[in-house]
Ligand binder design. Structure first.
Ligand code: PRP
Ligand code: MN
Ligand code: MG
Length: 179
């Protein structure tokens, strides 16, 4: 596992600091709001678990799972909902939580889809942002860290469904993905 990682981008301590700071900002911003934290599976599962513990305001949590058509190539920009929210979100302050914002296809679809359900607000919190790769005009409201255009894995992020369990974010060796 570790031998597939070229370098560590964010170690456990850095992730802890990032999550703590994001949690404090969200706690401040969502006083007197009706916060629903929405995790986008699967990548966000580890981040959202830690982030929820750092949010010191009343909140709920729900999850969505999406997949792009064309079997993984996100070129179409068409996203399919595999698992939807359990309940309506009308009047709620929705915070979408992602592990990484890349082309922006996933989040731009989700934001539009959720806005149609008449929530009070929709915001985006992403652990990682790769602004260089953006294809859609979408900006996160809360960002943990901007990352270079490298193949990053760990702390929820996968390559071919592996490496999600790494407790840090690392750069994958190009030899592993044939780059
Ligand atoms: C990854 C990541 C984001 C999305 C970002 O998910 O977790 O959800 O891609 O890319 P985009 O900005 O170009 O849409 P993926 O589709 O790999 O599914 P996963 O979360 O199950 O790994
Ligand atoms: Mn994802
Ligand atoms: Mg993935």
């Amino acid at each position: 596992m570790m031998e597939d990682i070229q370098s560590v981008l964010l170690d456990q301590q850095q992730l802890e600091n990032i999550v703590k700071e994001l949690g404090e900002r969200i706690t401040r911003d969502y006083q007197n709001k009706d916060l629903l934290v929405v995790g986008v599976l699967k990548g966000s599962f580890m981040f959202i678990a830690d982030l929820m513990r750092a949010i010191k305001a009343p909140c709920r949590v729900d999850f969505m799972a999406v997949s792009s058509y064309n079997n993984g190539s996100k070129s179409s920009g068409v996203v399919r909902i595999i698992k939807d929210l359990d309940k309506p979100i009308e009047g709620l302050d929705v915070l979408l939580v992602e592990d990484i914002l890349d082309s922006g296809m996933t989040l731009s679809y989700l934001v539009e889809n959720l806005k149609a359900r008449r929530p009070a607000s929709v915001r985006i919190c992403t652990l990682l942002d790769k602004p260089e790769r953006r294809k859609m005009p979408i900006q996160p409201d809360y960002t943990g860290a901007q990352v270079p255009d490298e193949f990053v894995v760990g702390y929820g992020l996968d390559f071919a469904e592996k490496y999600r369990n790494l407790p840090y974010v690392g750069i994958l060796k190009p030899s592993v993905y044939g780059g």
